[in-house]
Ligand binder design. Structure first.
Ligand SMILES: NC(=O)c1ccc[n+]([C@@H]2O[C@H](COP(=O)([O-])OP(=O)(O)OC[C@H]3O[C@@H](n4cnc5c(N)ncnc54)[C@H](OP(=O)(O)O)[C@@H]3O)[C@@H](O)[C@H]2O)c1
Length: 304
């Protein structure tokens, strides 16, 4: 396999796709094509070639000709069979490297895959290898740090000054900012081919921090210039939270199911902490400064 030059991205206009595309363009290492729906309102940087279409098999196969790598980063509203169709088209077009829609929890962790039913679709990565034409690279980045801190998904609500700790709030998880994932992807796809082969059909672990809820809280205190007594702190046993979330999710209440997802990430031994597997050093990717990122998030929340 030769060095990656031509990259296609499908979903490159999304929350994570946008910073990935921006970082790929800034690197000047690649020729980039964004594949997008005919009726999508998405816009792309001028350096990116845009291929619009209806996502039929013939459209996808033709769009993927002469590509060295394909990044699939579709939103949850995309049709359930779309990733499989794209993967098959990439095989027909003989795209050597496919990065399937991972960008989250550790797919190699059985606890994580068994504990979170909606990760089942991630197993579509196996189809890439099965077609026998492409190899996959599965990007594991944990929960997006900036997005989930802003949304209060980590249990820390900046606006309302509340903290809800799982157990004592000391369990560590690995997490990445959107920009760190983008930087990691550029590093990965810029690797010389013999080095990239090390990751063939396996996961690549990118992270910004390995932090507990209490670490985030301490950083929030600094960023907001507040004291602990100004926040309402509650605690919930993580297993109780996960069980409640599981029940809500089964009843179709996806918002209520958040505790299943985030609780599992914060459960000791569940695979949410992938520190020992981090590929940051191998990729030449530096960790970020927690206080700096938290301070930026606080500014955004307070300005909203
Ligand atoms: N780690 C985390 O915390 C976390 C959180 C959420 C998601 N994720 C992962 O990241 C992936 C991407 O999430 P995201 O939030 O970046 O996605 P997003 O912004 O919701 O959507 C990404 C792109 O998907 C395309 N898309 C949306 N609906 C579609 C449809 N009906 N048919 C075809 N294409 C459609 C759109 O591209 P066009 O308009 O250009 O066609 C859109 O810009 C997820 O699937 C998930 O695996 C991770």
């Amino acid at each position: 396999m030769s060095q990656i030059k031509n990259i296609s991205i499908i979903g490159g206009s999304g929350q994570q796709g946008t910073p990935i595309l921006k970082a790929l363009v800034s690197s000047k290492n690649f020729t980039i094509t964004a594949i997008t729906r005919s009726d999508s309102p998405s816009t792309f940087p001028p350096e990116v070639q845009v291929t619009r279409g209806d996502y039929t098999v013939s459209f996808l196969e033709s769009a993927l000709e002469n590509q060295d790598a394909l990044i699939i980063i579709l939103g949850v509203t995309a049709p359930k069979d779309l990733q499989s169709r794209v993967i098959k088209s990439a095989a027909v077009a003989s795209v050597p490297w496919v990065l399937p829609c991972e960008f989250g929890p550790d797919g190699a962790s059985r606890e994580m895959m068994d504990g979170l039913p909606y990760l089942a679709a991630k197993k579509e990565r196996d189809e890439i290898e099965a077609w026998g034409k492409s190899s996959w690279l599965g990007v594991v980045c944990g929960l997006w740090f900036d997005v989930n801190l802003k949304n209060a998904f980590f249990g820390l609500n900046i606006k309302e000054r509340t903290v809800r700790l799982y157990d004592e709030g000391t369990t560590v998880l690995s997490t990445s900012t959107l920009d760190q994932v983008a930087r990691g992807l550029v590093k990965l796809l810029s690797l010389p081919s013999e080095k990239l082969l090390k990751y063939e059909n396996s996961f690549v672990y990118i992270d910004s921090f390995h932090v507990s809820q209490l670490d985030m809280f301490r950083s929030l205190l600094k960023a907001t210039g507040t004291e602990e007594k100004e926040w309402k702190v509650t605690k919930v046993p993580v297993d109780v939270a996960i069980a409640g979330g599981r029940k809500a999710f089964a009843a179709g209440d996806h918002k209520g199911g958040l505790d299943m997802f985030v609780g599992t990430m914060f459960k000791e031994g569940s695979g949410g902490d992938f520190r020992s597997k981090s590929n940051n050093v191998d990729l030449g990717l530096a960790e970020e400064d927690l206080d700096e990122v938290v301070s930026q998030v606080v500014k955004q929340v307070e300005a909203a």
